[in-house]
Ligand binder design. Structure first.
Ligand SMILES: *Cc1c(COP(=O)(O)O)cnc(C)c1O
Length: 346
């Protein structure tokens, strides 16, 4: 067995040898001057895959999200998003501080946005109400469950947004996972949104960074905002070169992760002492709860850690397991066996 099996997040992915080799042979240029060759190649590749005019590389998904919101809203605007979204929960109130905007939540059920509520919530603002400035979606939705929004739901949201003259942004940290589940090309999802970002360091498995995409005008603004936030990176080829390889291989990488997640969930689901909360699994995230009268999820996690298996505790009672390229099928067989054994020994 390998030393450590880290299932806390797909951000635990380790770069492949070809990715590291690509960095070794780099000729660096300055991306503030748009002169880094591999960054330019990556940007073109991403624009083609997602069907957008232009793109910019940023250090993180969080920064891409914050830049997008700042570019697409005015201070005092209201942004509509799902209650379990990353922007609402894990970005340190950036939307309020950086953009001076406020959040209004739209109900989302297993990745499906409630269209009627969405439309009835939109307002152009009265003396007392804040005007709706942006609809912000997420793929895959819900950090701890990875639900995939159906294409028809995107289409319906687009129709409403266009009717009310509102921009739509997609936090597509795991866009490629969503595209694989829907069996579509990434641009088929992105056609319904004005701007989108995806993470390089999640499912597709490059070491670092994110890409923000949209129209040429939007990206010109985004470049200025990135600079303001200190996110301009000169020799960004360091991030771009491995990401070019990751983007070439995304389908195989993600297909394996999804097969592995479904396999593990099915194995665990046979145990009557635990419940898979998001069964059937949409993407690469498994969320489980223990219903054992003598064992808590915290003690399960501690027992796994003694076996060098790491999973993430969510709230008091559930745990999250995320499959990714650096965890093999053999690793997962080992994980399944250990979980069954730990529960049995209680
Ligand atoms: C991980 C994640 C982000 C943030 O990406 P970082 O690179 O960690 O800043 C944003 N949105 C979603 C949905 C994510 O899963």
């Amino acid at each position: 067995m390998p030393n450590t099996i880290d299932l806390r997040s797909d951000t635990a992915i380790q770069p492949t040898t070809p990715m590291l080799e690509a960095v070794r042979h780099l000729q660096f240029g300055d991306d503030l001057l748009c002169e880094d060759q591999s960054t330019n190649t990556l940007v073109t590749q991403a624009c083609t895959l997602l069907g957008k005019e232009d793109a910019v590389l940023t250090p993180s998904g969080t920064m891409s999200n914050q830049i997008a919101i700042a570019a697409l809203t005015q201070p005092g605007d209201e942004v509509l998003l799902g209650p379990k979204s990353h922007i609402r929960n894990l970005e340190s109130a950036g939307l309020a501080v950086i953009s001076g905007a406020q959040i209004r939540c739209i109900p989302v059920q297993n990745g499906v946005y409630d269209i009627d509520t969405l439309e009835s919530t939109i307002t152009s603002g009265t003396l007392q109400e804040a005007p709706t400035g942006l609809i912000s979606l997420e793929a895959t939705y819900d950090l701890n469950s990875g639900y995939v929004t159906p294409l028809e739901n995107y289409q319906a949201i687009r129709r409403i947004a266009t009717k009310h003259n509102l921009p739509v942004f997609l936090d597509g940290a795991r866009l490629f996972n969503a595209a694989h589940t829907l069996d579509v090309e990434p641009h088929q999802i992105c056609q319904y949104v004005d701007a989108v970002q995806f993470s390089l360091n999640k499912g597709i498995g490059a070491p670092l960074g994110a890409i923000l995409l949209g129209t040429k005008n939007f990206i010109a603004t985004a470049r200025r905002l990135r600079q303001r936030l200190g996110g301009g990176m000169r020799h960004s080829g360091l991030l771009a070169a491995p990401a070019i390889i990751a983007l070439n291989e995304w389908r195989t990488t993600i297909e394996t992760d999804h097969i592995n997640a479904r396999w593990l969930a099915d194995q665990l689901n046979t145990n009557k002492h635990l419940t898979i909360n998001n069964h059937p699994i949409d993407s690469n995230i498994i969320n489980l709860t223990l219903n054992h009268n003598r064992m808590t999820v915290t003690s399960l996690i501690q027992a796994l850690e003694k076996r060098d298996i790491y999973v993430k505790q969510i709230g008091d009672a559930s745990a999250r397991l995320v499959t990714h390229r650096s965890v093999s099928t053999t690793d997962l067989q080992y994980v399944s066996k250990q979980i069954h054994q730990i529960i049995k020994n209680q």
